[in-house]
Structure formats: structure tokens, C-alpha cells
Design a binder for this molecule. Structure first.
Ligand SMILES: Nc1nc2c(ncn2[C@@H]2O[C@H](COP(=O)(O)OP(=O)(O)OP(=O)(O)O)[C@@H](O)[C@H]2O)c(=O)[nH]1
Length: 352
């Protein structure tokens, strides 16, 4: 990689897309990258859980850096964010991937965005090539208030954003949405609030909002930079000894990821009884469930989502992302043991 400095105006803008588990980041991203004005975007997805599914749900992709049908490039973070950003830049220079003009990084739903923002602003290599454009946080109109009450990460995600994207307003009544908006106005009065119906939003309301002096001024971003800070920041988001990587960790010992895989096609009635029952009876502890299902009598995969008590309508995808035809589900829970999920599964499968 060349070490020549790049003029500030020529640095590639990077936006950070954050928001609590299941608040609609992938849905928003999936719509945004199909917008004609967003065709030359590189998307970086960082996932929580033993089974990454988001890159499949954005579009059927697998691998390190993949060209999407929309013309955008998509990759997942493997080692650290700085390395991923450098590699994307180098591949673009060598003409191995399309000449993307912007980058959007989707964080995990449990990420504290402050260290990532810090890294984007402070890491020398990253700063030379990229400029932080905007921080966008999705807020779930149905679950947002409870998440702000219980999950400190969700408060941080809302507090550092330039744009707050209110999702699922079609599912929340106006009183609930109004209360949430008042709370957000107190938490982050400077952020613009944009409503997105199932991810539908004008990209101009989210991107190219300037140089973000606000983040430079933010205390959390001005701490002295230890060596290899970016790697630390990303390990914080999803690293080997971090609870966010799916094992009990130091950040939140109560949060667990439970992955399930099935090699035989499943019966929808039974699966929906299992998942619907879990959301109904254990929604407080069920931070997030997502899955890709191979259902009996269905040739295409079906995506299922739940966020706390809300079990979203299943969505049939256009095609399988790869050769893998197993059903895969990930549950991110706080205070819900795997045995409870497995027992509910056994019950749903056994019932007539
Ligand atoms: N009705 C409705 N559903 C929505 C809306 N936005 C997102 N959803 C649904 O909410 C569920 C979760 O959405 P995702 O986009 O996967 O959420 P996410 O933030 O990427 O989830 P994680 O990556 O697990 O944190 C899916 O079933 C979406 O279809 C919306 O505006 N209205």
C-alpha cells in the first residue's frame, strides 16, 4: 500500500450504522444499497453470534469481499477493522473490486460505537484514506424505550448518532412513538430524526453530512491513542475474550448466544410454535433471534426474526446464499439458558 497522503477531499467517506439488536440496521442497509445513488458503496458487516447471517440477509453473498447485484461491495470483518479498510482500499487501487465511493460499516447490535468512532478518527492509516461522514443509529419504535431502560449500549448508540432512524413505526402506536421521540430528544437533541418504513428512506438524509466535528469534540473520542487501538476497538466489539463474540465475557456476563442448526427440512407450524412461544413467554430475556430456515415444501429459504416479544413475519428470500441447506438460528439472550430454548423446541416438535 502506498503511504502517500491523500487530500482530505479525496478521502473516502465512511458512515457507521449502529443501533440495538434487531432495530432494523440490515433492513435499512438492504434498501439503501439498492438506491441508485448508493450503487458505489462498500459495506462492511460485523456480526454477533457463532453463525453470521446478516450478510446473507442483505443479499445472497458469502466470502471476504463480494460484489452484490446492486453493484456494491460487501465484506465481513475478519480480524480488525483497520485491516479490512486498508484491504478494501488496496483492492480498489488494484482494480480488483469496483471503485466504491463510500463505505458503510454496520456494527453489531451490542456494539459500543464510541471506540469505533474513535478509531476511525484517530487511527493514522484509516484517517489517511477515509473520512468519517455520519453516524446513523436505528431505533426500534416498538422496543426502543425498554432497550434504553435496560441496555446501556443502546443509550450510547443513540447518544453518539448524527441521524436517528426510527424504525417499525408501522407496528407502534403514536403514543409509544411520541414518548420515545421525547426521550431521544433529551438524550441527543442535536441528532436529526428520520422515520424509515421497513428501511425506506432517502439516502440524502443520512449521508454526506459533513466532517463531524461533534465526534471530534466528544470526550470518548479524544482519549490518547494506545498502539493498535483500532484492533482493540474491534476486539471490543467482537473479539476472542469478549462477551460479544458469543461466549460469556467481561462486558456483560449475562448475554449469551445460542446457535441451532438442523440438517433436515423443518415444519413451519412447529417452528413457529417454538419461536412464537419463546417470544411470548421469554421475550424479556430474548434480545434477538434470527434464522434462515429450510422448510418442508419450500424451495427458497425463509428468514425469521424476533426482537424481545416481537416475532416478525417470516420473509421468503429469493435464493439460498450458498450450498449450505441447513436451517440455522441464532438466539442472543440475557438470562435465558440454552436448555429453555431446547426444551421449548422439544415440546413444539412433540406436540400434535
Ligand atoms: N414492520 C416492520 N418491520 C421492520 C422494520 N424494520 C425492520 N423490520 C424487521 O425487524 C426485524 C429485524 O430487522 P433487522 O434489519 O434484521 O435488524 P438488525 O438491526 O439488522 O438486527 P441485528 O443485526 O441482529 O442487530 C426483521 O424481521 C425486519 O424485517 C419496519 O420499519 N417495520
Amino acid at each position: 500500500m502506498s503511504t502517500t497522503a491523500i487530500a482530505p477531499a479525496l478521502r473516502t467517506p465512511v458512515s457507521l450504522l449502529t443501533g440495538f439488536l434487531g432495530s432494523g440496521k440490515t433492513t435499512l442497509l438492504g434498501r439503501l444499497i439498492r438506491h441508485p445513488g448508493m450503487a458505489d458503496t462498500a459495506v462492511i458487516i460485523n456480526e454477533f453470534g457463532e453463525i453470521g447471517l446478516d450478510h446473507h440477509l442483505v443479499e445472497a453473498v458469502s466470502g471476504e469481499a463480494v460484489l452484490l447485484a446492486s453493484g456494491c461491495v460487501c465484506c465481513t470483518i475478519r480480524d480488525d477493522l483497520a485491516a479490512t479498510l486498508r484491504e478494501l482500499h488496496d483492492k480498489r487501487e488494484r482494480g480488483e473490486i469496483p471503485a466504491f465511493r463510500r463505505v458503510v460499516i454496520e456494527t453489531t447490535g451490542l456494539a459500543d460505537p464510541a471506540p469505533i468512532i474513535h478509531s476511525l478518527l484517530k487511527h493514522a492509516d484509516v484517517r489517511r484514506l477515509y473520512a468519517l461522514d455520519s453516524v446513523i443509529s436505528t431505533i426500534d419504535a416498538v422496543n426502543g424505550e425498554a432497550q434504553l431502560d435496560r441496555q446501556p449500549e443502546s443509550v450510547k448508540q443513540a447518544a453518539v448518532a448524527d441521524r436517528l432512524v426510527l424504525t417499525k413505526t408501522d407496528l407502534a402506536d403514536e403514543a409509544r412513538t411520541g414518548a420515545l421521540l421525547r426521550r431521544l430528544a433529551q438524550l441527543n437533541p442535536e441528532a436529526d430524526v428520520v422515520r424509515a418504513d421497513r428501511g425506506e428512506v432517502d439516502p440524502a438524509r443520512l449521508f454526506e453530512v459533513g466532517a463531524l466535528p461533534r465526534h471530534r469534540a466528544a470526550g470518548s473520542c479524544d482519549e490518547p491513542e494506545p498502539g493498535g487501538y483500532l484492533a482493540d476497538a474491534v476486539r471490543h466489539v467482537c473479539g476472542p475474550d469478549c462477551g460479544h463474540a458469543g461466549r460469556p465475557g467481561r462486558h456483560d456476563a449475562g448475554i449469551r448466544t445460542h446457535a441451532f442448526r438442523f440438517d433436515q427440512p423443518l415444519d413451519w407450524e412447529r417452528v413457529s410454535a417454538w419461536l412464537g412461544g419463546l417470544a411470548y413467554f421469554h421475550g424479556d430475556a430474548l434480545l434477538r433471534m434470527k434464522g434462515l430456515l429450510n422448510l418442508r415444501n419450500e424451495s427458497a429459504p425463509v428468514a425469521v426474526h424476533a426482537v424481545q416479544h416481537l416475532f416478525h413475519d417470516p420473509v421468503t428470500l429469493a435464493r439460498w446464499p450458498d450450498e449450505d441447506r441447513d436451517s440455522r438460528l441464532v438466539f442472543i439472550t440475557k438470562g435465558l439458558d440454552r436448555e429453555v430454548i431446547a426444551d421449548a423446541l422439544a415440546l413444539a416438535m412433540a406436540e400434535d
